[in-house]
Design a protein around this ligand. Sequence first.
Ligand code: RIB
Ligand code: CA
Length: 319
Amino acid sequence: MVKNILVFSDFGIDDIVAAMYAYFSEEIEIVGIVADYGNVSKADAVRNATYLQRLTGREDIPIFGGAEIPLTGMKPQFYPDVHGVEGLGPISPDIDIEDAFENFDEIKKIIEKYSGNLIIVNIGRLSSLATAFILYPALMKKVKDFYIMGGAFMVPGNVTPLAEANIFGDPYAANILINFAPKPIHIFPLNVTMHAIITPAMVNDLHNYYQSTNNKVGLIIKPLIDYYYAFYKKMNPAITGSPIHDLLTFWALTDNSVVNYIEAPVTIIISGGDAFGKSVGDFRKVADKADYPVHKIATYFHYPAFIRSFISTMKNLNF
Ligand code: RIB
Ligand code: CA
């Protein structure tokens, strides 16, 4: 059965690749997009979402403006080195966004419309989603499932030695989700997403295919991923490709049977200091574990199945 998805995203490169995969997957129906700050500013995220909407001809999918700043009260930090100044690597969309997109409350209509049959996928900071929990706690109980890219459990972080970007950007928001989600969240941390590697050979193969079929949607993939790969290669010369973090979260929705999860009590460190934003799971083999809410943390996925699905879905781009 097709899954209805409301996406919360900070629209950098891996977000855009993930969204394209989702648009063209037969198992996923995106029913709304919340664009918020994170990799880029909220204004850039809204513009990138609009760019993608126009490129793919899916202007029927509504865009909602999400958070502009985190609940921590700190100034957001953006990541042009990883995602490009505007979030699309070398691509600069020539689009003016006149509207301020202060329409976040309209997500209520979407949640009501798909009540009990809607999955929320959050692949950026958690500030907007946490705000929905603050404002509409009863409504959020109507969401069927939550899938989140974020965290690093017993592996290094990517923005500090201990913390991952989506959680570090707003750990207060992350804790709201961890503590108030009505059911266990499916969490995709760096433990698994760092292995969601798309190699240059795969990108080149896709690019040749898009050139031979004159597919203007697909032709943006190579410039995006090449830019992102250059960053990762500089950070780690031994890396064999680009970890497309957010893509893994969407792919898992299409076939959960090839993902392993561990259920564990989870908390986020919100006191200042070196551990700020660190995600902690109680993985001890004891009966009396920490009294944190239990969530599902992805620990393993079947890489060949992931790649097969990515390549075949991306070669079926219709426009
Ligand atoms: O840590 C990786 C995550 O941070 C991804 O979602 C990336 O797009 C950024 O938001
Ligand atoms: Ca993201």
